[in-house]
Design a protein around this ligand. Structure first.
Ligand code: SAH
Length: 248
């Protein structure tokens, strides 16, 4: 798990462990933590009763907590002092084509650190064929875990929405959308409000896809004169738009 309790500096200051606890809806009370969190606290951290924690529910609520009971089987925490934090996510949905698994995972982690609001995995003409059925479900669970880990690590209290894998034809274009396309002569114009950025696979978008997107008012934009790998393009694009929006 990508956790945040490691030694933060060479002076050995240790940060309070930060855990995603989905059901800490109430700002006070006792919660038996999930198997995943129990494993981390009991086995990885070897935490004891009285250990302080910071918990968050992925929907803006963050709270202080203390371990009140810990056994081989489960960990119980007492939550105190919760507060709602403002949604500071980037008002951007990232539409990311299906690319090699490790690169896709990397892009999800970095996009979450940058505060993306939603992630829309896409199948395009030149993307690999996606897994199906149970394998796809496992993949989606794996992606959800990456988003949680990235939020735990980065102090982001808002987990991005992870949309179900869809084909590029099904992409929602009711919100202003940019498609990153090498060779485009346009750069991203300043748009306000929620927007979307589409990033293609290693083979890029097909000309037919770009034409179809154009008819849906989606403008191709350039991310500079060099061709970036898809995962780099995702991060550059989010940073560029985020900076235009005054987010960074
Ligand atoms: N082989 C493709 C490049 C694909 S790069 C080609 O030559 O067109 C993967 C994706 O990253 C692209 O589909 C695009 O969405 C994005 N990308 C990479 N470099 C870019 C650039 N300079 N400008 C805009 N988008 C870029």
């Amino acid at each position: 798990m990508g956790r945040s309790s490691q030694t933060a500096t060479s002076t050995k200051s240790v940060r309070t462990p930060r855990l995603y606890v989905a059901d800490c809806q109430h700002t006070q009370g006792e919660v038996v933590v999930s198997e995943r969190n129990h494993h981390y606290l009991a086995r990885v951290l070897r935490a004891q009763v009285g250990q302080s924690l910071v918990v968050f529910n992925g929907q803006g609520l963050t709270a202080e907590a203390t371990i009140s009971a810990i056994s081989k089987k489960q960990t119980q925490i007492t939550i105190t002092g919760g507060q709602h934090t403002p949604d500071v996510r980037l008002p951007i949905t990232l539409g990311l084509a299906w690319i090699k698994a490790d690169r896709f995972d990397w892009a999800l982690q970095k996009a979450t650190e940058l505060g993306v609001s939603a992630i829309q995995p896409m199948i395009t003409a030149f993307s690999d064929s996606p897994p199906k059925g149970e394998r796809l479900q496992k993949k989606e669970a794996h992606w959800a875990e990456i988003l949680i880990n990235a939020c735990e690590q980065s102090g982001n209290n808002w987990i991005p929405e992870l949309r179900p894998l869809c084909s590029i034809d099904q992409i929602e274009t009711a919100i202003p959308t940019h498609v990153a396309h090498p060779g485009s002569t346009e750069t991203a114009t300043l748009l306000t409000g929620h927007q979307q950025l589409l990033i293609g696979p290693e083979g890029g978008f097909s000309e037919a896809e770009i034409e179809s997107l154009r008819t849906r008012q989606v403008k191709p934009i350039s991310l500079g004169p060099t061709i970036l790998r898809a995962e780099t393009a995702a991060i550059v694009g989010l940073t560029l738009l985020g900076s235009r929006l005054g987010h960074y």
